[in-house]
Design a protein around this ligand. Sequence first.
Ligand code: NDP
Length: 440
Amino acid sequence: EKRNPGEPEFIQAVTEVLETLQPVAEKRQDLIDAGVFERIVEPERQIMFRVPWVDDNGKVQVNRGFRIQFNSAIGPYKGGIRLHPSVYLGIIKFLGFEQVFKNSLTTLPMGGGKGGSDFDPKGKSDGEIMRFCQSFMTELCKHIGADCDVPAGDIGTGAREIGFMFGQYKRIRNEFVGVLTGKGLTYGGSLARTEATGYGLCYFTNEMLQANGKSFKDQTVVISGSGNVAIYATEKATQYGAKVVTVSDSNGYIYDPDGIDLDLVKQIKEVERGRIKEYIGRSSHKNAEYHEGSVWTLKCNAGDIKLDIALPCATQNEINGDGAKAIVANGGYAVAEGANMPSTPEAIETYLSNGVLYGPAKAANAGGVATSGLEMSQNSERLSWTFEEVDEKLHGIMKSIFKACDEAAKEYGMAGNYMAGANIAGFLKVAEAMKAQGCV
Ligand code: NDP
């Protein structure tokens, strides 16, 4: 805490990982001697910069830009760019730290990084978004590259923003290379990247359920968020035969006991960039309700929202101890994280002490970055794979991630604790590489 004052999210992420690595430290004196534990919690490089841009009224605005290049032991830095007013150094550091382990779990050669800005895209015109993205990339382009650091999307950064950033990078550097992922399909993007995190979350969850004698079929699923991850998690869970009854945004949530009308959510969020409360009145589902506040209160007009599976897909620390208790009390037996670190330490404690099957973010939501890795491969080959090819590879990767978590947990005497398994399996690969490369 002394080294990272005022960065509670970063300390939370590091504490969770280091606690579960205790059994590894006991067995691996060689990694302690190589200083791996001290080195892995310190970013290799952190870049902060001014992002000036001119708004539609001709007024100069200034935001702060970040890129944390956390660990390059197993490959070029890789991780998304978050545009949200809550962004500050501690958020980007926690995300970059998590990304190191997540990327390791994907089995692909990618190091960990993360970036972003406190810019708020909500309510901005296309012109303002473009001018911001161009200014952001004008500085960022000095620090990234196809073999060095390959950013992607995250909260507030979708295909539109990636397009503007890619255009600016190409213009300044005069290079057409795979320096960003999540690109449009006409200029190097991969099919199935849009769907990848949400689909991957459900592939992982399906493995976890099956390993415990359960399945998605006929289960009631509560999902938070209504962005990229939430939308495609809803789609795949529904394809698996589950009924998704909620979606949300930072103002409130929809409870639709007849199952969320996903085409309408896509229209409101992807096309119109509107608010989720607009669902009411436009849906033919007459029983749908809108409530202000967090979906994890699990309250509806009739009382409690009953559920089997919870898939948090909005943001960090959205489920606290009370939210986790509500999940358990209302019948939830499985939680798998689409968002990064959506559960507080109290929430995780509640899952584990109540026997809830828990799929942690760095394993469960790794499908997005895995497919970004596949986009990098396609860019290098200068070929495009079909949707089915990419989806099949993604499915295979999510299966192998579950297996790695399951086996590592068993090997270290914590069978069924997939959080410990994910941390251990993700850590070991990076740690071996760091040790082999010497004290750098
Ligand atoms: P989007 O910007 O597409 O959507 C984010 C959703 O979460 C929106 O519904 C948003 O509502 C809601 N949200 C954001 N901040 C808050 C908040 N403070 N409180 C309540 N709700 C909030 O982002 P993504 O779907 O891409 O990302 C969602 C999560 O998944 C993040 O944690 C991200 O890091 C993680 N993730 C994303 C990946 C990807 O490939 N996109 C890959 C791996 C992880 P509102 O519109 O009101 O802000």
